[in-house]
Ligand binder design. Structure first.
Ligand code: GDP
Ligand code: MG
Length: 435
C-alpha cells in the first residue's frame, strides 16, 4: 500500500488549492489506514469528513502535493482530537485525594493502580492502594503482591463487600495520613448492570477527583461502546490506555476520545511497574496513521518551513522593519518555541542578566492583549498612538496607560538593540540563527 501511495503522489504534482478531486486518493488511503489501525468505522467517517471540510480550499505548501497537504492537515487535526501536544495531568487537590480506576476485566486496572502508586510515591507522596475487586478472589492477592513490591500498603478490609471496603479504607487513609488513595475496582468481561451499580455507589460515596477508565489498546472496535457506557454512567475524567508497548496501532485512542470527548491522561507501556507515561498525542498520531514515508516527508517539510520563517523574521528584524505586528507574532511564537528569547540570547552584546524570561512570560499575555487592541495601522507605526488612542487601547485591553507606555518603551529598546546588532554585522547574527 505504501508504495502504491507514493506512486499516486508522483502523478499529482498540481499545486494550488485542495479540492475534492485532488485529494481523492489521500482520503481513500487515510480511511483505509485508520480502519487498519482499528479505529471505529463511524469515527473514521466522521473524522475524515470534518477534516475534509476544513481542508477544502486550503493552499497547498510549495513542496507538497495536494494529497500530502491533506494528510498534513489531517495529522494536525488528529493531534488536536487526541488532546493536543501537551499531556493532560491528573488533578488532585484534596487531601487525601481519591483516584478510582474502572474498566473491563483484563484491561490493566490492577497493574495501573500499582504503577500510579509508585509514581506518586516517587513524587514524595504517601499513597494507599485499595483492593475493591471482590469479584475475582485472586485480584486482591495480585494487588497485595504488587503493593509489597513497591512498598505501598494495600487496604483490603473484609475482602467481600467492595462498598464496605472503600468506606473503611477512607477512615483508614485519614487516620494513617495517606494523601493519595488509589482504588482498584472489579471489572467484568462485558458491561454488566451489577458492576455498574457497584461502581456508581463507590463513586457517589467517595467522590473521587479522578475517575479513570483503563482501556486495553488492543481492544479494537468494541472500545467505542464500552467507553461510552462507562462515561455515561460514571462521568469519567479520562482514560489510561494500556499495552501500548504491543503491536496495536492504537486506533482505540481516537475512538474513545471521539465518542466521549474525555482526555487520555496516561499511557501504559509495559508489564513492569515503571511503565506508565504521560500521554503525548503527537507520538501516537503518527503511529495510528501509519504511512511512515509520507509522514516523515511532511515532517521534514514542516521543519524546513519553521526554519525559513525564523530566518525571514531575523532578516526583517535586522533591516529594522520589525513593527508591532511582528512583535505580536513573536509573542505568539514564544509560547511554543521561545524565539524572542532565542534571538535575545543569540544577540552578542545583550547583557543576559537583563533578560528575565520567566517574568517576561507573564508580561507576554499583557502585551498580547494590548497589541491586539490596536489597529493594524497603529501596529505598523506606533508613533501614531496619541494620548486618546492610548486611552482607547487601555480600555480595550483592560490595562493602564502605564502598561502601554511600558510596552512601547520595550519595543523601542528592541529596535535600538537591532541597530546595534546591525552594526556588528548581519552575517554573524544570521549565522548564529541557523545553528
Ligand atoms: P485488570 O483485570 O484490569 O486488573 O488487569 P490487570 O492489571 O490484571 O492486567 C491484565 C494483564 O495485562 C496482566 O497480565 C498485566 O501484566 C498486563 N498489562 C497491564 N498493563 C500492561 C501494559 O501496559 N503493557 C503490557 N504489555 N501488559 C500490561
Ligand atoms: Mg484487576
Amino acid at each position: 500500500i505504501q508504495k502504491k501511495f507514493s506512486l499516486a503522489f508522483k502523478n499529482l504534482s498540481g499545486k494550488g488549492k485542495i479540492s475534492e478531486k485532488n485529494i481523492k486518493d489521500a482520503v481513500k488511503e487515510v480511511k483505509l489506514s485508520l480502519l487498519e489501525a482499528d479505529v471505529n468505522y463511524k469515527v473514521v467517517k466522521n473524522f475524515i469528513d470534518s477534516v475534509k471540510e476544513k481542508a477544502l480550499g486550503e493552499k497547498v505548501l510549495e513542496s507538497l502535493t495536494p494529497d500530502q497537504e491533506f494528510i498534513r492537515i489531517l495529522k494536525n487535526e488528529l493531534i488536536e482530537l487526541m488532546g493536543g501536544k501537551e499531556p493532560e495531568k491528573l488533578v488532585i487537590s484534596r487531601n487525601p485525594g481519591y483516584i478510582m480506576l474502572v474498566g473491563l476485566q483484563g484491561s490493566g486496572k490492577t497493574t495501573s493502580a500499582a504503577k500510579l502508586a509508585k509514581m506518586y510515591k516517587e513524587k514524595g507522596k504517601k499513597p494507599l492502594l485499595v483492593a475493591a475487586d471482590t469479584y475475582r478472589p485472586a485480584a486482591i492477592d495480585q494487588l497485595i503482591t504488587l503493593g509489597t513490591q513497591i512498598d505501598v500498603p494495600v487496604f483490603s478490609g473484609d475482602k467481600v463487600n467492595a462498598r464496605k471496603i472503600v468506606k473503611e479504607a477512607k477512615n483508614y487513609a485519614e487516620k494513617m495520613l495517606h494523601d493519595i488513595v488509589i482504588i482498584d475496582t472489579a471489572g467484568r468481561l462485558h458491561i454488566d448492570d451489577d458492576m455498574m451499580k457497584e461502581l456508581e455507589d463507590i463513586k457517589n460515596y467517595i467522590k473521587p477527583e479522578e475517575i479513570l477508565m483503563v482501556v486495553d489498546s488492543m481492544m479494537g472496535q468494541d472500545a467505542v461502546r464500552t467507553a461510552k457506557d462507562f462515561n455515561d454512567r460514571l462521568e469519567l475524567n479520562g482514560f489510561i490506555v494500556t499495552k501500548l508497548d504491543g503491536d496495536s496501532r492504537g486506533g482505540v485512542i481516537i475512538s474513545i476520545r471521539h465518542v466521549t470527548g474525555k482526555p487520555i491522561k496516561l499511557a501504559g507501556t509495559g508489564e513492569k511497574i515503571v511503565a506508565l507515561e504521560p500521554f503525548y498525542a503527537d507520538r501516537y498520531a503518527g503511529r495510528i496513521l501509519g504511512m511512515g514515508d509520507v509522514l516523515s516527508l511532511i515532517e521534514k517539510v514542516e521543519s524546513e518551513l519553521d526554519k525559513e520563517k525564523a530566518e525571514k523574521d531575523a532578516e526583517k528584524f535586522m533591516e529594522g522593519k520589525f513593527d508591532l505586528n511582528d512583535f505580536l507574532a513573536q509573542i505568539k511564537q514564544i509560547k511554543k518555541l521561545g524565539p524572542l528569547g532565542n534571538i535575545l540570547e543569540m544577540m552578542p552584546g545583550v547583557p543576559k542578566e537583563n533578560v528575565d524570561l520567566k517574568k517576561g512570560e507573564s508580561e507576554m499575555k499583557k502585551m498580547e492583549a494590548i497589541i491586539n487592541s490596536m489597529t493594524i495601522k497603529e501596529r505598523k507605526n506606533p508613533k501614531t498612538l496619541t494620548f486618546s488612542r492610548k486611552k482607547r487601547v487601555a480600555a480595550g485591553s483592560g490595562t493602564t496607560l502605564q502598561d502601554i507606555n511600558k510596552i512601547l518603551k520595550s519595543y523601542e529598546q528592541i529596535k535600538k538593540m537591532m541597530k546595534q546588532v546591525k552594526k556588528m554585522g548581519k552575517r554573524k547574527f544570521l549565522g548564529n540563527m541557523k545553528k
